[in-house]
Write a protein that binds this ligand. Structure first.
Ligand code: IPM
Ligand code: MN
Length: 367
């Protein structure tokens, strides 16, 4: 029997309610597999942690995460207005999320833009563009670039306010994410789109140099270099041309949200954040404070993050695949939640009922 110690950080807004469904799925997977045992340790994170302890990533939570094999995180953040109640440094994004990424050096962020036929009605794209479905693995560098660079604000000698933010990468940082993208490409269609902006940015020039160097180690992979602005257009016009996409932090932040647009909602995009030693998993969407506590948020992205965790951290590929199939079947059977569908468009169920339906489909699938 293998015991996996998992830190559970439910977070803010809809975090706790979607996490409850993820935990339900994990309990079922645990029950169905005699050789594994999930030990879950919950801890406070985000604004909820700040209001309870004065820190958005408290020491106790750090200890729980340090001792865990892997971390499952819900959502964090408050409305724009409520954020002002928390000092800048302790706001959930700056005070909890970025420090979590930095602490475990989770440099590789996987955001699947996965739209099988059963979900295609959620997409705003025409059927002729979706074709047989969209299946892109967007890989975003997650601990470097502008988001983590030196920042400075002040007043210059002319009395004008200024701001300076540094975009910095060293070659090792670039190489480690590029290698991950090549490895993933090898397991998929062996086509990798390298997203860059080398007509303007020196950082992209170094990035592309490393891609060229690493390409020698993966001769089977076809590399297609594409400017980030052009990639944004093609993602809408011809998403099926992409398989693996790799890019630096800010490009990935923006294009992955565009991926959410393609799917019809970020609620349909789970994610994995892989570190050198520890990884964590989270939905790509925010905490949606406007609908929190109403039981109308779809747990797909949170449950999908469990599937990614089973596959990537525990090697439980079959169980992970079953979760994807089970979730698709629930949609195929006509069920949805109010955040994704309007009255009359689907058989509307609550967050908890959606989780129950996924469980009911999951038990039908052989291990
Ligand atoms: C994301 C989020 C975060 C980011 C924010 C909340 C700091 O938008 O995970 O994409 O920009 O990385
Ligand atoms: Mn984002």
């Amino acid at each position: 029997m293998t015991t996996y110690n998992i830190a559970i950080l439910a977070g803010d807004g809809i975090g706790p309610e979607v996490m409850k469904e993820a935990v339900k799925i994990m309990a079922l997977v645990d029950k169905r597999n005699e050789n594994i045992n999930f030990e879950l340790n919950t801890a406070l994170f985000g604004a909820t942690a700040y209001f309870a302890t004065g820190k958005s990533f408290p020491e106790e939570t750090k200890t729980v995460c340090d001792n865990a094999d892997t971390i499952l995180k819900g959502t964090i953040g408050l409305s724009h207005e409520d954020s002002k109640k928390i000092p800048l440094d302790e706001q959930p994004e700056r005070g909890a999320l970025l420090p979590l990424r930095r602490r475990y050096n989770t440099y590789a962020n996987f955001r699947p833009i996965y739209l099988p036929k059963s979900l295609s009605h959620f997409s705003p794209l025409k059927g002729s563009i979706i074709g047989d479905g969209i299946d892109i693995m967007l890989i975003r560098e997650l601990v470097g670039g502008l988001y983590f660079g030196h920042k400075e604000t002040g007043v210059d000698k002319n009395g004008k306010r200024f701001v300076k933010e540094v975009l910095e990468y060293d070659e090792d940082q670039i190489r480690q994410i590029i290698k991950v993208a090549f490895e993933v490409s090898m397991k998929r269609k062996k086509i990798m789109h390298n997203i860059h902006k080398s007509n303007v940015l020196e950082s992209s020039m170094l990035w592309n140099e490393i891609v060229e160097e690493e390409k020698q180690n993966y001769p089977e992979v076809e590399v297609i270099n594409i400017l980030v602005d052009a990639a944004a257009t093609y993602l809408c016009l011809k998403p099926t041309m992409f398989d693996v996409m790799v890019m630096e932090n800010m490009f990935g932040d923006i294009l992955s949200d565009q991926g959410g647009g393609i799917l019809g909602s970020l609620g349909l995009m789970p994610s994995a954040c892989k570190g050198s030693e520890k990884s964590y998993y989270e939905p790509s969407h925010g905490s949606a404070p406007d609908i929190a506590g109403q039981g109308i948020a779809n747990p797909y992205s949170m449950i999908g993050s469990v599937a990614l965790m089973l596959e990537m951290s525990f090697g439980m590929e079959k169980e992970a695949k079953n979760i994807w199939i089970a979730m698709q079947r629930v949609f195929e059977n006509g069920f949805s939640t109010l955040d994704l569908s309007k009255q009359g468009e689907a058989n509307l169920v609550s967050t908890a009922e959606f989780g129950d339906l996924v469980c009911a489909e999951l038990v039908k699938l052989p291990l």
